[in-house]
Design a protein around this ligand. Structure first.
Ligand code: TGC
Ligand code: FAD
Length: 386
């Protein structure tokens, strides 16, 4: 287990530790035994859904009246950390369902929409996906091409969304489209005519997650599925990203923690030149860097979580935490990969799986460059996006 050198555990509330430990046990007992097979064959283990729902992980910060657990932001962060200690794909599933699908319905939906969708989503009976990225539009969603035209009784959607987590098996998609008044959100249900999903194959990262494309050809979406609170335009989808990026900051460090633990254990047992490789200075240097960066990131995440609980967290803070966690986690998993030598590339040792997953985590929810520019704009007052 990770060395808690600075005794961060003491800064957690009892219920936060209990929530965290229940996810740790789930991951150890039910995720780790099956994840290698899922990753190798390239599928999302659908049995995780009901287990995640039973643990209260779907929409866990939302009010109980909508099926949530009213968990603290730190509890949610710790859950993401432990889920990603298992696999980034599992944390992705929970992030998308909770932060990118349940959150927009909660924040921008009508009371009727909340009642209709949220309890079923918390129970894992309805699964969501979130369509913002398009084949030609990623970092700059303000240029999206998907359109929604007002028609009698609803909206007519045309366009496509690309790289969408959960899309192949989801029951609904939160879709962002351009209307005459600006960008708006819609709940598109899988049965709607003119709506198709296609699975994306050949991924070498997040293989235990299902990713797809959403296609809309004159897809009719009734007025009842229009998100009325999305009239703030691009701020609405970006607000969802702020929620999800917060969880990712914790999650990426969970993957790094797993790789640190594996590297410590492996290097202590592996003998070369008649000594454990953990006894060599260069190896210890890597391990010292890994523990230091994990600990620093944990403090950033915890501080951010506490600010979020007080309503003081800003999107810029979240950008800093997401960028830091993804950068450091990727560097740590690469170090661990090296420390395991040839075994580092075997799925049996998990490290290569985490490392490859983090390539996606580094890119999605705002690439490293995008978060760098968010911070650059905050520091200098100059926008360097275009
Ligand atoms: P900009 O002019 O800066 O902002 C437009 C309006 O939005 C507000 N805003 C935010 N609000 C909440 N949260 C945020 N993070 C926000 N960022 C900006 C902003 O204040 C402004 O409001 P107002 O009232 O002044 O109009 O917009 P911009 O067009 O210059 O874009 C800024 C930029 C580049 C940072 C933004 O477009 C961006 O974040 N791009 C990255 C796109 C991205 O992250 N896509 C992710 C897709 S979803 C995904 O990857 C899911 S992976 C799921 C999984 O498997 O876990
Ligand atoms: P681009 O925006 O084309 O960027 C290409 C490169 O250019 C990057 O290095 C980028 O940093 C750089 N760049 C772009 N603009 C600038 C700039 N102004 N200055 C400096 N550098 C710049 N999206 C969803 O909507 N929903 C999902 O559920 C979802 N799930 C995903 C799952 C996976 C496995 C992956 C890999 C992606 C997922 N995405 C999802 C898409 C993800 O959000 C995008 O890939 C990401 O936002 C980047 O967009 P892009 O791939 O089009 O890259």
């Amino acid at each position: 287990m990770l060395h808690d050198l600075l005794q961060i555990d003491e800064l957690l509330e009892n219920e936060e530790k209990i929530a965290r430990d229940s996810v740790t046990a789930f991951v150890s007992n039910e995720v780790l035994p099956v994840i290698t097979d899922a990753y190798e064959k390239g599928y999302f283990p659908l049995e995780f859904i009901s287990k995640a729902a039973d643990l209260g992980l779907l929409g866990m910060t939302l009010p109980q009246q909508y099926g949530g657990s009213e968990a603290s932001a730190v509890s949610y962060g710790l859950a993401c950390q432990e889920l990603e200690r298992g696999d980034s794909g599992l944390r992705s599933f929970v992030s998308v369902q909770s932060s990118l699908c349940m959150y927009p319905i909660y924040a921008y939906g009508s009371e009727e929409q909340k009642q209709r969708f949220l309890p079923a989503m918390a129970g894992g009976k309805l699964i969501g996906s979130f369509g913002l990225t398009e084949p030609d539009v990623g970092s700059d969603p303000s240029n999206m091409r998907t359109t929604a035209k007002k028609v009698d009784g609803g909206w007519c959607l045309n366009g496509a969304k690309m790289w969408i987590t959960n899309a192949p098996f989801a029951d609904l998609a939160i879709v962002w489209a351009r209307t005459e008044e600006g960008i708006r959100g819609f709940i598109v249900e899988k049965e709607f005519a003119g709506f198709e999903r296609n699975e994306i194959h050949n991924k070498m990262s997040l293989r235990a997650s299902s990713t797809g494309e959403l296609v809309f050809e004159d897809c009719f979406v009734p007025d009842a599925n229009y998100l009325p609170g999305s009239e703030v335009g691009l701020r609405a989808p970006l607000g969802c990203l702020t929620q999800a990026r917060y969880g990712i900051a914790w999650g990426a460090i969970g993957a790094a923690m797993a790789c640190y633990d594996i590297a410590v254990e492996y290097t202590k047992e592996r003998v070369q030149f008649n000594k454990p490789v953990a006894s060599f200075q260069l190896v210890q240097s890597d391990l010292a860097d890994m523990l230091t960066e994990i600990t620093k990131a944990q403090f950033v995440n915890l501080r951010l979580g506490r600010l979020k609980e007080q309503g003081k967290a800003s999107p810029i803070m979240v950008s800093m935490a997401k960028r830091n966690a993804c950068r450091e986690a990727l560097a740590i998993t690469r170090k661990a990969r090296n420390l395991l030598g040839a075994n580092g590339i075997s799925l049996e040792y998990h490290v290569i799986r985490h490392m490859n997953n983090l390539e996606s985590v580094f890119t999605y929810e705002g690439t490293d460059n995008i978060h760098t520019l968010v911070l650059g704009k905050y520091i200098t007052g100059f926008s360097a996006f275009s």
